[in-house]
Design a protein around this ligand. Sequence first.
Ligand SMILES: [Fe+2]
Ligand SMILES: [Fe+2]
Length: 340
Amino acid sequence: MRCPHPRGPLSTMVRGSLLRHAELDLDAFTRRADAVPRAHVLRDGDVQLALWTLYELHFRGFEDVSADLEWDPLLLGARGVLECLLERDLRRRTVERVQGALDADGPVAERIFDMVAADDGPRLAAYLHREATAAQVVEFLRERTVFHLKESDPQSLVLARLEGRAKTALAELLYDEFGGGRPERLHASMFADSLVGAGLESSYGAYLDEVSGTTLAVNNAMSLFALHRRLRGAAMGHFAAFEATSSVPSRKIAAGIRRVGLPEVVAAYFDEHVEADAVHEQLAVRTICATMVEEAPGLEADVFLGVATCLLLDGLAGGELLERWRASGSSDGPVEQVAS
Ligand SMILES: [Fe+2]
Ligand SMILES: [Fe+2]
């Protein structure tokens, strides 16, 4: 993958520095970042692409960027500026859900499941199941490339930060995500096969230039939580909510893929997640998150922050897609009213 095309001043400065066109001016970068309206941070394509690009240095990097820049102090400084914006906004928007979970009675695992059950976000999977056109299903797959082509990579960084039962459970979960010893069963590879079946590009980073700022924010939140040891509770809370909101929607999405007549291979990735994530949610919620809080009660609030962040961002990204389809006139009726 090559360094992505910029979407505004912040991503232009990051790209210029990565391609060694100009040294990053951290003061100017900070001033620019501070000028971004708070309400726009999560959907601002410039902010989110700049941060995604800086994070990618810690994953697979870019063929036109020197690997030495991964630990460049100025770039790390710029990353920190954007992380502050993102974390502040996520905490602000999730404060009520997190406080509600902290105030509730019962075991941590049940409170996580209650947060997921209480979520009334947009019914994207239900729409894909019953109403989406083939073109909309393909658009959904394209938007998801950013996440699924590096599926579980951020969470794998957390493994070294855990111990005991939580570590064993995360290792077991990741073993599945990474194919159970079979490269062709890597979930990222299965998703790449789905893309090819749908006539799409399957290379890592495909469609990065086209996806929304919110889609990038979904992925940046995972990297933010995974790359900071202090946020390991949020990383696992997010993972738990992700797994706990995957099994039933995956069944609906697979049915929608078949309804619009896309090839079987496109549905196979989602079929795999119907059963796998029904198991994974139990491991992530009951073993990983509950054990972490049992052993370190100070992590409780951040576990709930991770859960709330996953629900918030998935809701925003799903709502944005539904809104886009409604605005284009290609969806019928009040799409957010579709029952799950
Ligand atoms: Fe998976
Ligand atoms: Fe999973």
